[in-house]
Every structure is written in structure tokens, then in C-alpha cells.
Design a binder for this molecule. Structure first.
Ligand SMILES: C[S@@+](CC[C@H](N)C(=O)[O-])C[C@H]1O[C@@H](n2cnc3c(N)ncnc32)[C@H](O)[C@@H]1O
Length: 201
């Protein structure tokens, strides 16, 4: 998949594509020094990482932020969403080298984003309108991480794999919630979980 393919599927302008290209170029450069993404996924970065992240934009349209991205790593999905125009994204990443990469990527792409280089458990109190996460933890663990920062109006968007249904079954023992599940554009086995109205059972 090429940058143009992603541009066509998501729908953004050429200036945004150029900023995403600058981000991917920087990621490729830093990847030689620190493991930002699994090496085998780098040749497919536009599909596996950029499109996978970018597809969340339409699911959060019209929903107020801030967007709290838990365990952002190299910026997926949070930094991609910020490059695409969400100006209220907070990236939480405990690994100092990855957080340094995020700072540099934000600077290189001229992206407004807040970066918190700490563990989620140590984050200062904030209220998140939207919580995003990918490849961090099970649905139940993600809800535990997110609960101090959320209320009943918070929207949760999780990129998940084949175990999504099992994880939801476990999470429902602890929380009431409305669940929408949609197929991923980037991964035949992937799903987008959209959870709303979360309250304790
Ligand atoms: C497997 S990576 C996924 C990164 C990114 N979301 C992605 O999909 O490419 C998980 C990331 O979460 C970070 N992380 C793990 N536990 C964390 C915590 N409690 N607080 C903040 N970051 C955490 C790790 O440092 C790592 O960069």
C-alpha cells in the first residue's frame, strides 16, 4: 500500500500526505536505532500502522475530546490522528526513548499534540472525551487504565485482533457498555471496538 492509497481511503489533502510521509521517513530513520515497531511490519507501514490508525478518525467525528491515547509507542494511533487534524490529542508513553521520538515527530511534522512521558498510572488528573489504544492490553485492562480519566460520556476506540470477542465477554462481567464492532480496513482479522456508556455492573 502506498501513501496515495491511504490518502484515497481516508480522504485528506496533499499537505497532510506530505506530513505523514515526513513522519514515516523519521520513523524509518529512528527504527535503525530503537525498536519503534516490529521490524517485519516496517515494509507495510502504510497499511499496518498508518491506515490502521487513520481509520479511527471517522469513528470519533463530532465527539468532543481530548483524545487520550494510551501506550502510544511510535505514535499509533494517536500521532497519526493528530497529523490528520485532531488538535486535542494526548499521547501517553512510558518509554523515554519512544517519547523522545514522539516529540521529534511532532516537531518535524508541525503537529500540535501533548506528550506525557510517563506511565498511565502516574498521569495527572485529566478528563478524556475519547480514549484510544492499540496493542497495549486486553479490553478489561484498558478499561482499568482509562477509568480514572473517564466518565459515562467517554467514547473508547480500541484496535483489536482475533481475541476481541473473548476480551469483551470478560469485560462485560465488570462493566455495562454499548459495543459496536467494525471490520478493520487494514487487517482482515482486525476489528475496531467502539464502546460507549460505560458504567460499573
Ligand atoms: C506494543 S506497544 C504498542 C504501541 C502503539 N500503540 C502501537 O500500536 O504501535 C505498547 C506501548 O505501550 C507502552 N506502555 C506499556 N505499558 C504502559 C503504561 N503503563 N503506561 C504508559 N505506556 C505504557 C510501551 O512502552 C509501548 O511503547
Amino acid at each position: 500500500m502506498t501513501p496515495s492509497d491511504v490518502q484515497q481511503k481516508i480522504g485528506f489533502d496533499d499537505a497532510t500526505r506530505a506530513r505523514l510521509e515526513a513522519y514515516v521517513a523519521l520513523l524509518t530513520k529512528w527504527q535503525a536505532r530503537i525498536n519503534l515497531v516490529a521490524p517485519a511490519t516496517l515494509p507495510e507501514v502504510w497499511n499496518r500502522h498508518v491506515l490502521d490508525s487513520a481509520q479511527l478518525l471517522s469513528y470519533m467525528a463530532g465527539h468532543p475530546g481530548p483524545v487520550l491515547d494510551l501506550g502510544s509507542g511510535a505514535g499509533f494511533p494517536g500521532l497519526v490522528l493528530a497529523v490528520l487534524g485532531r488538535d486535542d490529542v494526548i499521547l501517553v508513553e512510558a518509554d523515554r526513548r519512544k517519547a523522545a521520538f514522539l516529540q521529534e515527530a511532532a516537531r518535524a511534522t508541525g503537529t500540535k499534540v501533548r506528550i506525557e512521558a510517563c506511565r498511565i498510572e502516574a498521569l495527572r488528573p485529566i478528563r478524556a472525551g475519547i480514549v484510544t489504544a492499540r496493542a497495549l492490553a486486553t479490553v478489561s485492562e484498558l478499561m482499568h487504565y482509562a477509568r480514572p480519566f473517564t466518565d459515562e460520556s467517554t467514547l473508547y476506540l480500541f484496535l483489536k485482533g482475533e481475541r476481541a470477542d473473548d476480551e469483551l465477554t470478560t469485560a462485560r462481567e465488570r462493566w455495562n457498555m454499548t459495543v459496536d464492532k467494525a471490520p478493520s480496513l487494514s487487517d482482515a482479522r482486525g476489528v475496531i471496538l467502539r464502546l460507549e456508556g460505560v458504567t460499573d455492573v
